[in-house]
Design a protein around this ligand. Structure first.
Ligand SMILES: C[S@@+](CC[C@H](N)C(=O)[O-])C[C@H]1O[C@@H](n2cnc3c(N)ncnc32)[C@H](O)[C@@H]1O
Length: 281
């Protein structure tokens, strides 16, 4: 791929997804976009690129973003965030949300669904111990193919053995031919939708907990800050934001503060009055 085409894709990806590509990743463009070009019946990637540069078709751009997004994930990835959710966050929310008995959680870059299903497994255990409560889980991603798999909830043996105990597998999955399907009860706890983290977030409403893990690492610094500030504004007062193990808001001067007693967990530093005013609308 020549430098001009690389620059074109670099700008396209930043503008439409925030994904920041350095020039040493040219090989990644070629290996991931070649199959897209062929699936659209272009003889070569060069021809596909010429066509896209001449006409910026939104559907094709979406396919390019989808192909370039890294979707690596697993059930209970890094385990600690889910331990915090179970042992610290949900118990704190029982006191805080006693009036509404409702907890809203957003998995904001959910990939193929392992993260929201892990949240749902923790939530289900919580609900068994707290009858009368509701846990609403929203799971979003920019990539249609990942979202489709998430919604379908069908996983290979390799997928489910990454992070799940035999008990969790038997409690929440049913064997279907050689694969494992998430049981309806668990799937119905989650609302899946397409959402680009670069877009304004007001339409999402407010959440008690947001998981936004292992996606900010692909963004440049100004985009990271923008997304973190917008996520902070989507949290209830003292709501919790959980980032990936190598992600942090430190040094970005965001509307977030680190949660002193839970490593890797952030809280919104937005004036409570501002949030209450919006909640009252
Ligand atoms: C590495 S996966 C992380 C999945 C999961 N959160 C985890 O930690 O295991 C990153 C996900 O971010 C999604 N993504 C990338 N850019 C995005 C954007 N601008 N808006 C929403 N999702 C995005 C990708 O499609 C991909 O599914």
């Amino acid at each position: 791929m020549n430098l001009d085409d690389f620059n074109f894709y670099q700008k396209l990806l930043i503008d439409h997804s925030g994904l920041s590509l350095t020039q040493d990743k040219t090989y990644l463009l070629t290996t991931r976009l070649d199959p897209v070009a062929r699936s659209m019946e272009f003889a070569t990637l060069d021809e596909f690129t010429r066509n896209l540069r001449a006409k910026l078709d939104p559907r094709t751009i979406s396919l390019v973003v989808q192909a370039m997004a890294t979707k690596e994930t697993s059930f209970f990835r890094d385990s600690l965030p889910f331990t915090h959710l179970k042992n610290n966050i949900l118990p704190a929310l029982v006191k805080k949300n006693a009036a509404t008995k409702t907890i809203r959680i957003w998995s904001a870059a959910c990939s193929t669904g392992q993260e929201p299903y892990s949240i749902a497994m923790v939530a289900r255990e919580f609900l068994q111990a707290h009858p009368g409560w509701a846990v609403q889980i929203t799971a979003t991603d920019i990539a249609d193919d990942a979202l489709m798999q998430a919604q379908e909830g069908l996983y290979t043996h390799f997928d489910i053995q990454r992070g799940l105990t035999m008990k969790l597998i038997l409690d929440h999955f049913t064997m279907e031919n050689t694969k494992w399907r998430v049981q309806d009860g668990l799937r119905q706890m989650i609302r899946f939708a397409k959402f680009n983290l670069l877009k304004p977030m007001e339409s999402m409403g407010r959440f008690d907990v947001i998981f936004c893990r292992n996606v900010l690492i692909y963004f440049d610094t100004p985009t990271k800050k923008l997304v973190l500030d917008r996520l902070a504004e989507r949290l209830q007062p003292d709501g919790y934001l959980l980032l990936g193990a190598c992600e942090s808001s430190i040094g970005l001067n965001t509307k977030l503060r680190l949660c002193p007693d839970m490593s890797g967990v952030h809280m919104a530093a937005i004036p409570v009055a501002a949030v209450q005013k919006e909640n009252a609308k």
